[in-house]
Design a protein around this ligand. Structure first.
Ligand code: PRP
Length: 177
């Protein structure tokens, strides 16, 4: 099995994570503790790296959702699988995603978390497939725009494989080997 072709190198990811962390730290300076909500599973590595580079007080939370793949649910319908533990009422929240594709996941999460009365909600994603957007969603802190490739590594998987690659690679879904 060949390693996936490199799309974004480990070094370039590290540089961009440092830049995003500096920007977020500056924007949230003197605003109290920032609640970082990582969306499982894909965001676990990005969240780990980003959170350790922040210079502001922060709290780590995770949330898990699942897309409906079958049945009568409309395309893009998602459901909550695991909730955050902390109350976010009156607190500043940053949702951390590995990738925004159609935008349905982020749209669902923002709607759901907004109803809990946070002081603010912003979004941070390492990757965005811009031309795939179905829901008009703003990503406040974005690492890289990418094309319609199937990407793996740095948290992202193909059928649960390749999540721990240190770089973002591209595979052909019809021929993942
Ligand atoms: C991926 C990714 C986002 C979502 C984005 O998760 O981590 O959460 O899809 O897609 P959307 O913008 O089209 O809604 P996935 O369902 O692959 O789960 P995983 O993170 O556990 O791999």
């Amino acid at each position: 099995m060949n390693d996936p072709e490199t799309l974004i190198s480990e070094k370039d990811i590290g540089t961009r994570v440092d830049e995003l962390a500096a920007e977020i730290s500056s924007d949230y300076a003197d605003k109290g503790e920032l609640v970082l909500i990582g969306v499982l599973k894909g965001a676990f590595i990005f969240l780990a790296d980003l959170s350790r580079k922040l210079t502001i007080p922060r709290l780590i939370e995770f949330i898990a959702i699942s897309s409906y793949q079958h049945g009568s649910m409309p395309s893009g319908a998602v459901r909550l699988v695991m909730d955050v533990r902390a109350s976010i009422e009156g607190r500043h929240v940053l949702i951390v995603e590995d990738i925004v594709d159609t935008g349905h996941t982020l749209h669902y999460l923002i709607d759901m978390l907004e109803s809990r009365g946070p002081a603010s909600i912003r979004t941070c994603a390492l990757l965005r497939k811009e031309h795939k957007t179905e829901v008009d969603i703003e990503v406040d802190y974005l690492g890289f725009k990418i094309g319609d490739e199937w990407v793996v590594g740095y948290g992202l998987d193909f059928a649960e494989r390749d999540r721990t690659l240190p770089y973002i690679g591209v595979i052909q879904p019809d021929d993942p080997d």
